[in-house]
Design a binder for this molecule. Structure first.
Ligand SMILES: Nc1ncnc2c1ncn2[C@@H]1O[C@H](COP(=O)(O)OP(=O)(O)OP(=O)(O)O)[C@@H](O)[C@H]1O
Ligand SMILES: [Mg+2]
Length: 277
């Protein structure tokens, strides 16, 4: 049904962290979730605790029209994933060229996935605009742009707001209409982060749908090959949950299933703390 993509002009900002946590939290709410890795780094495998040893994959073989159904892998978090798969740099480049020439190689299978009314499809992307992302953009329902609360990200805000970073023309305009922003690794005690947060909140308005605090627990959980799925896992876990809730609200996903009974809501959220949601 809906297609959510985590994107950013910048690398290392938390796209994969957010993809994995939002996917797992939506699965926890009772949704069927399929997460697709567009990044040859295969970081989504790591996030879901799968061995990095690559058997199979989807994007790695995209030029040969692989069966996406056969490439699906189950994870302990209840999310099904389509790993990128093993690809040396030359193959990754050839895949990008193939997608540049024939976006349908990816758009076609994606339309099949989206035809399943009960399936939430979530895409993790490498930094910047790529041919794979361009193939996906026309089908996106919600494009979540991930940024940090630092000077480099603040400098990107004007191009995010105008959507110039995805190019010009109707496609970029359409993508812009579906774009929202999450600030990650926010330290509200740091004056610069606080100033960037203020500026982003003012310029983005309701398009700023969430903020996740900087919390060592996030990187430590990745080291332990686990996800922070309980609000009790700490402040970032609560913020990640608030982001998942905001996304579900934006997309009018059906109410949570029984998996959410008794869980805490709200708590620490930078946006709530700042009176923005
Ligand atoms: N809120 C946070 N607090 C502390 N560490 C974080 C937070 N979010 C992400 N990290 C850590 O930052 C690192 C980069 O995160 P991640 O891999 O999700 O970024 P990315 O945007 O997907 O990177 P890439 O551009 O390489 O795909 C990881 O080690 C992750 O655990
Ligand atoms: Mg990543």
């Amino acid at each position: 049904m809906p297609l959510i993509a985590f994107v950013s002009p910048k690398g290392g900002v938390g796209k994969t962290t957010l993809t994995a946590h939002v996917a797992a939290l939506l699965a926890q709410r009772g949704h069927r979730v399929l997460a697709i890795d567009l990044d040859p780094q295969n970081a989504l495998r790591l996030q879901f605790g799968l061995p990095m040893r690559n058997e199979g994959g989807f994007l790695c073989d995209i030029a040969h029209r692989p069966s996406w159904r056969q490439a699906v892998v189950d994870t302990a978090a209840g999310v099904r994933i389509l790993p990128y798969g093993a690809a040396d740099p030359l193959t990754a480049l050839e895949n990008a060229q193939a997608l540049y020439a024939q976006p349908e190689l990816l758009a076609g299978p994606l339309r099949e996935m989206l035809a399943d009314p009960g399936l939430v499809v979530i895409v993790d992307s490498p930094p910047g605009p790529t041919p794979a992302l361009s193939a996906v953009v026309p089908l996106i329902d919600l494009m979540v742009v991930v940024l940090l609360a630092d000077a480099a990200s603040a400098a990107q805000l004007p191009s995010i707001i105008s959507n110039r970073w995805l190019g010009r023309g109707r496609l970029a305009t359409r993508a812009g209409e579906r774009a929202v922003v999450v600030l990650n690794q926010v330290d509200l005690d740091a004056p610069l982060a606080s100033a960037v947060f203020d500026g982003a909140a003012e310029s983005l308005g309701p398009r700023l749908i969430g903020a996740v605090c900087r919390d060592d627990a996030v990187a430590e959980a990745l080291g332990d090959k686990r996800l922070l799925l309980d609000a009790e896992d700490g402040p970032a876990a609560e913020d990640l949950r608030a982001v998942a809730d905001a996304i579900a609200g934006r997309l009018h996903l059906p109410p949570p299933g029984s998996g959410t009974a008794g869980r805490r809501r709200g708590g620490f959220s930078a946006l709530a703390e700042w009176g923005l949601r």
